[in-house]
Design a binder for this molecule. Sequence first.
Ligand code: FAD
Length: 532
Amino acid sequence: MLRLTEVKLPLDHPESEIKTAILKKLQIPLEALINYSIFKRSYDARKKDGIVLVYILDVETTQEKFLLQRFKKDPHVMVTPSMSYSPIAQAPEHLTTRPIVIGTGPCGLFAALMLAQMGFRPIVLERGKIVKERTADTFGFWRNKGLNPESNAQFGEGGAGTFSDGKLYSQVRDSQHHGRKVLTELVNAGASPEILYVNKPHIGTFKLVGIVEKMRANIESLGGEIHFQSRVEDIHIEKGQVRGVTLANGEYIRSNHVVLAVGHSARDTFEMLFERGVYIEAKPFSIGFRVEHPQALIDRCRFGAQAGHRLLGAADYKLVHHCSNGRSVYSFCMCPGGLVVAATSEPGRVVTNGMSQYSRNERNANSAIVVGITPDDYPGHPLAGIEFQRRLEERAFELGGSTYEAPGQLVGDFIADRPSQSLGTVRPSYTPGVHLGDLSSSLPDYAIAAIREALPAFDKQIKGFAMNDAVLTGVETRTSSPIRIKRKADGQSLNIQGLYPAGEGAGYAGGILSAGIDGIKAAEAVALSIVN
Ligand code: FAD
């Protein structure tokens, strides 16, 4: 099979033009073309009046050898690399120890699924509820303000990304094609096959719920066990080796192999691990606000007259500004046509995040506008970043009126440093609601100054980004983990054998796809350790 890259066609081309483009590029007659498939489809919107689709195509021909010779100097014609996944090991017939996976976010789910597929029958422990009950609790909090600290946007089946846009892209290096395995399993669990070939795939929140349920059924059908409302409260370590875990209900489960996929909000678990002597260090993360604009403004700016085209969908953006105070501000977790959501897991604290449905057809675009910070901003203890986050989240709760409303301010007022009193044309989507006022005391001064400088700079890239009526809500603190639980090349903790820190909470992933990839790697590490 040959892979052709950079095949560019007009936005509204008929399907037959793909075949024509292949024949033209390879200079072969129709009879020599056996078949083709689209490996990736993206668009190039740099010229708004000439947006083109860019394809990577896999082509079967009768002349493969000859064509490889003919195009040997052309970087856009090559042999299609194999991207199929083969399990790294198979469980022994008599398994003496069943691995434990803590957490059912993308990392834990993929670790468990891979272990189950290799025959290791994992025991999966999740502090939150099954996804249906969790959905009721989370949406309930968004409607009537009753927070369940064990069942919310962060905790429960599916992990943090369940009520999200379900963006599935990542910048991790993935030479072993684990990302493809993640996408393939998501399709097996009900995701649209288009996630395999569109450039920036997304699933949307309601579809994710069904996918998570299907993945649970797959794990169980392969001999895995999943226990909900089973918070791991302690970990047993003897002479530097994990021996098991204790649940909040007192139950002890023995295992020498524990995958720790607890996400970035398991602050109590991080404290317990630190007390038990697991090596943890502080790591950089980011803080800021969510910003909401009319989606139509972003579409117009990115796609011009083609705004609304069915293949382009709702437009996204990615912005960075390096500030005069040395800080960098960037957009993060952009949700086209989405909603800003309440993402706290702790009482008396407010945290924002974003989600979308598959259709991405809500009126506003939102993204986090965040400032990078480092352990120099919260020096001292390895867990100091958590306390730093908590202080900001408590301040946001206070500024929001102590009712779980998010504090908000119009972009124009924020830049001019005056409190906001009433909304303009942009209606914020955050529920329970937005409490307008002054955000300048919600983040450290350097962060406020940086965001104030960045918004007008972003306006130069997206005309209208700094429009008066755009709404900022705060605070965005759970952008990534404030800690790293360091691990060795064999996937095990730096100082504890049998403990496999993985995913976003351990500081080794950021996003659904990279957490899923890291889950596969953790499963492989456990499997190799058991069979060798
Ligand atoms: P998590 O998903 O956080 O999962 C950890 C799991 O461990 C949780 O289910 C938790 O309940 C459980 N747990 C924690 N402690 C314990 C314990 N002691 N015992 C038992 N169980 C425990 N990323 C994207 O790529 N695209 C997006 O569109 C996107 N949108 C997002 C929207 C929202 C609202 C949020 C909150 C996040 C979003 N993210 C998105 C980020 C993404 O969800 C995370 O990067 C990803 O879920 C991390 O996966 P993980 O498995 O490492 O951890």
